[in-house]
Design a protein around this ligand. Sequence first.
Ligand code: PLP
Length: 371
Amino acid sequence: MSQTKGLSGQIQVNLSAVRHNWQQLKKIFSGADCGAVVKADAYGLGYAPVVQALFSEGCRSFFVATIKEALAVRKLLADRARIYVLQGCAEGQEQKFIDHHIAPVIISTAMLTRWCKTDGAKDAPCAVKVDTGMNRLGLTLDEMQEWFSQGERWQGVKPDLILSHIACGDLPDHPLNALQLERFCEISKLAGECFPEIKSSFVNSAALFLGEAWHFDVARPGIAIYGGTEGLPKSADIRAVVTLSLPVLQVREVPAGEWIGYGGSFQAERDMTIAVVMGGYGDGVLRILGNRGSGYYAGHSLPMVGRVSMDSCAFDLTDVPQGERPGAGHYLEVLGSNCSVSEQAAAAETISYELLTRLGGRFEKRYVELT
Ligand SMILES: *Cc1c(COP(=O)(O)O)cnc(C)c1O
């Protein structure tokens, strides 16, 4: 048994795949402006290199969740792109949005009333969100109709975008899709009568594949840019962006009858060889992956065995021929082109979004351009 020091799990972010994925989505999109959602630090991948890569591909509309995220993107891009804050503008923050030319996505009548009363809002960008059936954020259809039928209420404020979010874009057969579309068509028509310049935005990644009727003017894909493929048709040409590699700390022989890890959740039925790697739930290797997830090494899929610890987890090497096994210091792939983020997420009973945004700060992160 050998042990290695000074190793670290490695996250490699392939910016060429980010570019490729965004271009694929743009190609499918029939509207004029394919934007990108870069909230939560670009789904955990690091907003700065991702935003710069997307900007260089021609992306000019960026969506984030908070003003803090927006200010960071604004600093990076200066005045060269539109930035929308999906959670809108909290009371007292109005001036910050106006000063930095950041558009709040207004999600309630209270927020809208406040915004319209703000000095300087008349000439500032803003978007409004209408809830068409998800019942999460946005003005109700009735509220929105009321505002659009009373132009004077806006006090000179001119929203440049009306948007709504689709709840079931990844479930093409769900009846809510058609219902949301019908409602959004109606309300965006009304919006256009009130504000002839206003654009409409409806689709996220999965909803782009529902068909052109859903597209409207501005698309807001997120996860597919980052390699998540949940709900996408098999034909979608989406590449893996993130490779997570964990270094082997120790290879051990486990005699039949012995248990592996906390709680003795795995008992060896035969003599086994396992690799204990650096990386555990403290790093975002979700605990539920214990005895369910898998890794990959040189053509071999390696089942996870035992529970995931805070800093380590274990993989079964028993079925890998002797000469082909990794040793201490070698890296196992846990996410990547051989271990897709969506499959690993499914093994963890979650979605790629959660897996990616949880990847921890102890890993070394490298940005590469691999075509
Ligand atoms: C996160 C988010 C998106 C992006 O969705 P994906 O499924 O990641 O493509 C789009 N619109 C809104 C309002 C969001 O919150």
